[in-house]
Design a protein around this ligand. Structure first.
Ligand code: DAH
Length: 372
């Protein structure tokens, strides 16, 4: 191995000459400044600061210099390399920041843009209210029963003790269905859910505890309080030793569950062919609680300043109905009720016009949320 060549003049080693080092440094700094993306900067880094970059190669030459010349050359090359590394670092920071800002703008989500996803549907409030009414009775142990909307006249009227000349049978209330031949079919669109009482009794042996929510039909014109298609919740209990007191208790439980725990109820004598005695069910007005009665200064729109709201009919099942359904009236007695679903929705949610329930405007429906 030969000794270092002491006559070696570093200035003669081209890559280590000050001008040359300065040129490499300037070239590197210019390339760094010109790199306009992180990808380009990566290439510049390899070209000007990598193992095979001019400055790295120059650095290697230092070892070949005589010791006396190494320090100065080392300082020169080292300084240039430090400047290049520093410039790379700064440029990297700037380009990363630019990229982050660009991404923020490009990937920003405009939350005010109209969306094109199909909104998830929700059930109609009449459906959900009917279900909530039903649930209160299911919670008391009742079973849900069903019957057809197209019903035999016998179930809709005869078995329920409507005599042939009862006014409810006449054309003014009932949709009669024509037979395909054009004559009478013996079928009607059911005018109430009470025929489900008969079907429930024919289907099962007492004890019977059923509720039947469903659609009903009458030849009414659509107005703010009437609709030719509406809904009821029927209830029927047939068991041994059943009295009207149980009926009152069940109605109270319904009113408390649906409208408020401390509301009073009352029964007003009434008439239905299928119950005896019969009553109309009222509940205390949950808005004015009777305060509007006789106070012209504080009228109540909810109860019409009556203090009470009618929610349905009820009574002790007429033994003729039990007999029609084959129930032993010596052993069993029962009661029944029919509650209006539309009325319940109107009172529970302040819906004032029946049109809103039937017109299908989703602005009405969606106000009830997405209950499913
Ligand atoms: N079906 C009657 C109606 O539509 C309502 C009703 C009243 C049902 C008394 C009953 C009842 O079960 O006991 O007007």
């Amino acid at each position: 191995m030969s000794a270092p060549n002491s006559s070696y003049d570093p200035v003669e080693v081209t890559p280590l000459q000050p001008d040359e080092v300065a040129r490499m440094r300037e070239e590197a700094l210019a390339a760094i400044a010109a790199a306009d993306s992180l990808e380009k900067l990566k290439e510049v880094r390899i070209a000007h600061a990598g193992d095979r970059s001019p400055l790295a190669l120059a650095n290697r030459e230092i070892g070949a210099l005589p010791p006396s010349a190494r320090a100065e050359a080392g300082k020169r090359v080292g300084g240039a390399r430090r400047d290049v590394a520093e410039a790379l670092k700064e440029r990297q920071t700037v380009l990363e920041e630019e990229r982050d800002n660009r991404v923020l703008v490009e990937e920003a989500v405009d939350v005010t843009l109209p969306w094109d996803r199909v909104p998830r549907g929700a059930r109609h409030p009449l459906t959900t209210v009917a279900e909530r009414m039903t649930d209160i009775f299911v919670g008391m142990g009742f079973e849900v029963a069903e019957g057809p909307e197209t019903e035999a006249e016998w179930f809709n009227f005869d078995a329920l003790n409507f005599l042939p000349d009862h006014p409810a049978r006449t054309m003014q209330d009932t949709f009669f269905l024509e037979a395909p031949s054009g004559g009478e079919s013996g079928l009607v669109l059911r005018t109430h859910t009470s025929p489900v009482q008969i079907r429930a009794l024919l289907d099962r042996e007492p004890p019977v505890y059923v509720v039947a929510p469903g659609k009903t039909f009458r030849t009414d014109e659509l107005d703010a309080t009437h609709s030719p298609v509406f809904h009821q919740l029927e209830g029927l209990v047939v068991d041994e030793g059943i009295t009207m007191a149980h009926l009152r208790g069940a109605i109270d439980a319904f009113v408390h569950g649906m409208f408020g725990a401390d509301l009073r109820t009352r029964f007003r004598p009434s008439y239905f062919p299928f119950t005896e005695p019969s009553a109309e069910v009222d509940m205390e007005c949950f808005v004015c609680r009777g305060a509007s009665v006789g106070d012209p200064d504080a009228p109540c729109r909810t109860c019409g300043s009556e203090g009470w709201i009618e929610i349905g009919g009820c009574g002790v099942v007429n033994p003729r109905v039990l007999t029609a359904a084959g129930v032993d009236t010596g052993r069993y007695s029962g009661w029944a009720f029919g509650l209006g679903v539309e009325r319940t929705l109107m009172f529970a949610h302040g819906v004032e016009d029946m049109h809103d329930m039937v017109e299908g405007d989703i602005r009405f429906t969606s106000a009830f949320g997405m209950e499913i």
